[in-house]
Design a protein around this ligand. Structure first.
Ligand code: ADP
Length: 322
């Protein structure tokens, strides 16, 4: 292995830049050439590939988003698009690829590995934290800190005005963000896509909380927890309990911002180990982290297996909201 390439793909996540820096610098340290691919798989197809060095990634570890930009690429979904991508990699004498992204990006990475025998390693980056094979993915910690900060501010207002706030956080299919923010923010209820809760049930919870002497409430709602989102829920809850209800949708604010210490350290570790994995002859895998340390997980497992939420947190959230 002499020449690696790196790209970011799919949704952006804070900490991607720290991972790019780690990959580039580890490659240089190991005496390899390294090229940056701009705009994900689309850039790979359009040959938007530039060789970089250790200094090219100076001053980026603290920046959110991704300096390589990211894109969604329809042509890469087709074998012809992937053949062009593989030909471009070969034309640059590139013999290994690191893909930083979510499970969609890993499906693409696996295709190029399988169809063209091209060595690839994935690095998990998504604020949703729903990637199987790693306890945590790059961007999650920053996203929950950003969301929690908003919840803490809303709590001040909620407590001053006897109000119910519905706070919608990201998570169309998984409740990892909602669960962590809900527990850390002391939410009265947490609505998750994994546990369907109806508006009547939420209204009942609020009324009962009032009866127990609570004068303000914060309910965290994952995007995918209620049909039509928190706005829809607001109308139904107000109807049922006649309580002042406000909805705040945090939306894309959760994606941006300075990556937290944990995300920077995680990204640096995974970037370093991605290069080491390729050098060891590892391929078709994602590097992840769990209690045992760094793991190499077959890319196929990443989307075929499901990462569950932490049910212990679900239980304790219910107990602590008493
Ligand atoms: P994420 O990586 O954040 O889950 P996406 O699901 O949007 O993001 O995937 C990013 C890109 O990966 C897509 O635009 C596409 O180019 C590529 N990709 C996704 N799924 C596949 C697939 N089944 N086959 C080939 N490429 C794919």
């Amino acid at each position: 292995m002499k020449h690696l390439a790196i790209l970011t793909s799919g949704g952006d996540a804070p900490g991607m830049n720290a991972a790019i820096r780690a990959v580039v610098r580890t490659a240089v340290y190991e005496g390899l050439r390294i090229s940056a691919v701009y705009r994900g798989y689309q850039g790979l197809i359009e040959n938007d590939i530039v060789e970089v060095g250790a200094r090219s990634v100076a001053n980026i570890i603290q920046r959110g988003g991704t300096i390589l930009r990211t894109a969604r690429s329809k042509p890469f979904m087709e074998p012809a698009g992937r053949a062009t991508a593989a030909a471009n990699l070969a034309a640059h004498d590139i013999d290994g690829l690191v893909v930083i992204g979510g499970d969609g990006s890993f499906r693409g990475a696996y295709r190029i590995f399988e169809e063209h025998g091209f060595p690839v390693v994935g690095i998990p980056a998504t604020i949703d934290n729903d990637i199987y094979g790693t306890d945590v993915s790059i961007g999650f910690n920053t996203a929950i800190n950003v969301a929690l900060d908003a919840v803490d501010r809303l709590r001040d207002t909620a407590a001053s005005h006897d109000r119910l706030f519905l706070v919608e956080v990201m998570g169309r299919h998984s409740g990892h963000i909602a669960l962590h923010v809900g527990v850390a923010g002391g939410a009265e209820a947490i609505l998750l896509p994994e546990v369907k809760t109806g508006a009547d049930e939420v209204a009942d919870m609020i009324v009962k909380a009032q009866e127990r002497g609570k004068s303000s409430s914060i309910v965290i709602v994952a995007e995918g927890a209620y049909e039509g989102g928190a706005m829809n829920l607001q109308a139904r809850v107000r109807e049922r309990c006649g309580y002042e209800v406000r909805t705040v949708i945090l939306g894309h604010t959760q994606r941006g911002g300075t990556p937290s210490t944990r995300d920077r350290v995680l990204a640096s570790r995974l970037g370093f180990h991605a290069v080491r994995t390729l050098l060891d002859g590892g391929s078709g895998v994602m590097v992840g982290v769990d209690k045992r340390g760094i793991e190499r997980v077959p890319l196929k497992d990443v989307w075929e297996k499901h990462k569950d939420i932490d049910w212990e947190l679900v239980e304790l959230a219910g107990v602590l909201a008493i």
